[in-house]
Structures are given as structure tokens and as C-alpha cells.
Design a protein around this ligand. Structure first.
Ligand code: HEM
Length: 455
């Protein structure tokens, strides 16, 4: 069996309420490493592993990044001094931006504040409208719309460009061109071109994808070729951030990049300010371009699929719900979350800090624990009738990782807002082509056929 099949089978076993919270999965351990691998699937066990940072560390992500891009880190990493600097940078930048817009209410996280989300909403509506205006012309020619490339990833790229503020790399690396060529040779339909904004979106995605795959897909040790590919593709993306940090005037005036440069004087004691700021911008660009574009594509594909239909949701119903201006933001968030729960399928990894016993299971320092977010998302103990679409604001949002503690997803409000606006805006503009199915390339969504509607 493959690693994925072994994990899926363990996920099914562990959802049994009588099963232990963790199960050792020796079949997927690396014979060259002494680290044992455990799996968690039940919602309570997954949440426990993600929230109990004193037992389970995120240092595995730091180590994988260090092997490829020394000095670069994600906030998703061990909570050490340099992460604290990045957090302070992000909060200071966010505060600087909020001071120019509606200040956050005292009781809300700044990035979840209504003023901030209204700003993201307005921008998302504008970008979605502009892209759809161009796509609408295809109603006359009959040219198909590829929801993934022409809409989801383009929309995600444009939002990253405005919110984070990092421009596309000046030159597309040769390796990225080769990967696009391989894609064009292997996939039917219109070729992907590295021109204009569609090209910027595709190139940036390809530069970020191998590293994300390495860091979030590796359980013990990453393969040498993955490290090589990640280094080659991600380095030009980091170089583009260095250039942008040196020329902040070219970034949108209300972007995080501009804000990070503006708050720099308050960090006189931080010698490597730009290095840390570069990591923040790199991580947020990656999350926006890759995770939002991918999630938007998967969510649309699920709404069109027989599985979505069986769960009680289809495309038209989803669009109508999200376009309903009388529904509250909480209701829209619940709809997006419920779709992410049903359509998503991710896993995260943690490293055991010290020898210990956790909920009756003996663990050793260095052991890995893989948490299956997709299994936890369908745990009947947390989601009654888990296969049904039931957008209830009281449902937990495990798809965005830990629900509390230092590693709560920073961008969930941004992502939910963009996805809501992007789907609502398609009403009467583009619609799924009959029997449309999502196609993948290199593990990412690649094509989902839509058509432009006649107006
Ligand atoms: C549907 C979209 C998204 C999903 C499903 C998602 C999911 C997650 C998950 C699972 C984690 C926890 C990772 C772990 O603990 O190992 C996380 C953390 C994080 N996410 Fe998101 N995310 C989304 C969108 C975004 C966006 C748009 C941004 C940035 C603008 C973002 C920024 C972050 C950051 C910075 C963290 C790390 C928090 C920390 O450790 O301090 N995310 N996200």
C-alpha cells in the first residue's frame, strides 16, 4: 500500500470511539531514521495534538526549511525568539494598516476585525468583477473557461499582490518554464502561457508549490530531489521579495509590504529585520496564492460533483447562498467552512518534544505525529451526520488547523472572505460546463471546465 492509502486506512480505524487516540504506523516509517510515526484522526485527538504545543513541537517545519533555504522560516514553526520577532512584525504592520482604516475592535483579532474584512471584501469583489468582465467575452466565442487557471488562481494571485504587495519575479526561472512545458505537453486543452497576469499567477504558483509540498507533505525526511527542486524554484521568489523590500514605493500603499517597511524604525534592536520580514511576506504570499487558489478550485469542484449532490449541496445553491446579501458574515463563513470541511483533505505533522505519555500512549522524543485533518473533519463525534452539508456557525473549523493557541491560522478570515466573494460574483457570469470534473497536475488542481453565460 502507498503512504496515502496506509494513512487513509489508519484514519478509518482511528475514528472508532473505542480506538486509541494515536496509532503507531510502522509501515510508513523511514528505515534510515529512529523517529517512529504515530497517526491521529479523531477530532478530539487531532485538536489536542495541534493545541498542546508543550508536548508537540513544530520544529520539523523549521528543519525542512533550513535544509533548503537557510534562515527562512514560516510562522508555522517552533515558537522561538525569531518567530516572536516575525509575529511582532506582522502585528505592528497590521496595526499600522488598521490605523489608516477602521481600527480593530478591542475584543477581536486585528485580522478578523470587521473593518479589515470589509476592506478585503471590497477588493475581492473588484478583482472578481474585473476578471469576469474579461471572461464574459467568451460567451460570444464559445471558448471554455478553465475555472482553476482563468479564475481561482488568478484571483488568488491578484489578492496576494494587493494584500501582501510582492510583485512577480522579474524573470521566470528556466526550471519553471520547463515545468510549464511539461504541463502543456501532458494536459489537453489550451496551453498555459507565461504571459501577462495569468503567466505571473502560474509562475508564482510553480515557484512556491514544491517547497510547500516538501514542508507540509514530509513526515520524517524529505527526498533529496524535492529539496533540490524546492531550492531552485523558491529562491527566485525570495529574491523578488528582497527587490520589493528595497523599493517599497512600487508596492500598493496599503499592503503589508509597505506597512512592514513603515514600522521598521520601531525594531531598531532587530539586526535581521529584513530577513524576518522577507519570511513573513513569503509565507503570506504562499498561503494566499497557493492555499486560497487551491481551496477555491476544490470547493467549486465539490459543489459540482455527485459527492456534493449526495451531501445536499450543488453549485447553484452554493452561489445563491453566498450571493445572499441578507445573510450575515457569520452565515457566509459557516457555508465556506462547511464546504472546506467536505471538500478538503490535508494533514499536518508534529514532533514529540520529550519522552512522555500522552493520553495513555507512550511517546519518545523525536517521534512524529501525523494529524489527519480530513478524517477529523468527518468525525461523527464532532460533526453529527458528517456526510451532510450543514453550514452551522457552531461547527468547529478544524480545516484551518488549531482552534486555539499560538498557531491559529492567521489568514482564515481573509481566505473565507475571498472565497465567498469569488463564488458569489460568478452568479449569471460563468457556470460549470456539463459533467465538469476537476483535473489535477503535479498534485494541484489544473482544470475545471466552465462556460461564460450569455447576458
Ligand atoms: C482556505 C484557506 C486556508 C486554510 C485551509 C488554512 C489552513 C491553515 C492550517 C491548517 C494552519 C495550521 C498549520 C499547522 O499548525 O501546522 C494554518 C496556519 C496559518 N495560516 Fe492558514 N489557511 C488558509 C488560508 C490562509 C491565508 C490566506 C493566510 C495568509 C494570508 C494564512 C496564513 C496562515 C499563517 C501565517 C499560519 C501560521 C499561524 C502560526 O503558526 O502562527 N492562511 N492555516
Amino acid at each position: 500500500m502507498s503512504v496515502e492509502a496506509d494513512l487513509a486506512a489508519a484514519g478509518r480505524r482511528l475514528l472508532d470511539p473505542a480506538a486509541p487516540p494515536l496509532e503507531r504506523l510502522a509501515t510508513i516509517e523511514d528505515p534510515k531514521s529512529s523517529a517512529r510515526v504515530f497517526v491521529a484522526a479523531r477530532h478530539d485527538a487531532v485538536s489536542g495534538v495541534l493545541c498542546e504545543e508543550s508536548v508537540f513541537s513544530l520544529r520539523h517545519y523549521d528543519e525542512l526549511l533550513e535544509q533548503v533555504l537557510p534562515g527562512t522560516r514560516y510562522l508555522v514553526g517552533d515558537d522561538n525568539a525569531s518567530r516572536q520577532v516575525r509575529l511582532r512584525q506582522l502585528h505592528a504592520a497590521q496595526g499600522w494598516l488598521d490605523a489608516q482604516r477602521t481600527p480593530a475592535a478591542a475584543d477581536s483579532e486585528p485580522n478578523m476585525a470587521p473593518g479589515f474584512r470589509a476592506w478585503v471584501s471590497a477588493m475581492a469583489r473588484e478583482e472578481a468583477g474585473a476578471i469576469l468582465d474579461v471572461l464574459q467575452r467568451r460567451a460570444r466565442t464559445g471558448e471554455p473557461v478553465n475555472f482553476v487557471r482563468d479564475y481561482a488562481f488568478l484571483m488568488a494571485w491578484r489578492m496576494a499582490r494587493r494584500i501582501v504587495g510582492v510583485p512577480a519575479a522579474e524573470r521566470v526561472p528556466g526550471l519553471v518554464r520547463l515545468m510549464v512545458l511539461a504541463r502543456n505537453l501532458m494536459r489537453p486543452g489550451p496551453a498555459l502561457r507565461l504571459k501577462d497576469e495569468l503567466g505571473d499567477a502560474a509562475a508564482t504558483l510553480i515557484m512556491l508549490q514544491p517547497l510547500f509540498g516538501l514542508v507540509f507533505g514530509t513526515i520524517v525526511n524529505g527526498a533529496g530531489w524535492m529539496r533540490w527542486l524546492s531550492r531552485k524554484t523558491a529562491t527566485p521568489a525570495l529574491d523578488a521579495i528582497d527587490v520589493a523590500l528595497a523599493m517599497p514605493d512600487i508596492a500598493p500603499h496599503d499592503s503589508l509590504l509597505t506597512a512592514l517597511v513603515a514600522v521598521k524604525p520601531g525594531f531598531a534592536q532587530v539586526a535581521d529585520y529584513d530577513l524576518q520580514a522577507r519570511s513573513v511576506l513569503f509565507e503570506l504570499t504562499g498561503a494566499l496564492v497557493l492555499i486560497v487558489g487551491k481551496s477555491l478550485s476544490e470547493l467549486a469542484a465539490y459543489a459540482i460533483s455527485p459527492e456534493g449532490h449526495a451531501a445536499g449541496i450543488d453549485w447553484d445553491a452554493l452561489v445563491t447562498r453566498l450571493a445572499d446579501t441578507h445573510a450575515s458574515q457569520q452565515d457566509h463563513d459557516a457555508t465556506v467552512n462547511e464546504m472546506l470541511r467536505l471538500a478538503g483533505g490535508s494533514r499536518l505533522t508534529r514532533t514529540v518534544r520529550n519522552d512522555c505519555q500522552w493520553r495513555g500512549v507512550n511517546l519518545k522524543a523525536g517521534d512524529r505525529v501525523v494529524v489527519l485533518i480530513d478524517a477529523a473533519s468527518r468525525d461523527p463525534a464532532a460533526f453529527p451526520d458528517p456526510g451532510r452539508f450543514n453550514p452551522d456557525p457552531a461547527r468547529p473549523y478544524i480545516t484551518s488547523g488549531p482552534l486555539q493557541g499560538p498557531h491559529v491560522c492567521y489568514g482564515r478570515g481573509i481566505a473565507w472572505t475571498i472565497m465567498r466573494e469569488a463564488i458569489a460574483a460568478t452568479q449569471g457570469r460563468i457556470a460549470p460546463a456539463g459533467h465538469a470534473r476537476l483535473s489535477l497536475f503535479a498534485g494541484l488542481p489544473d482544470d475545471l471546465p466552465f462556460i461564460a453565460c450569455r447576458q
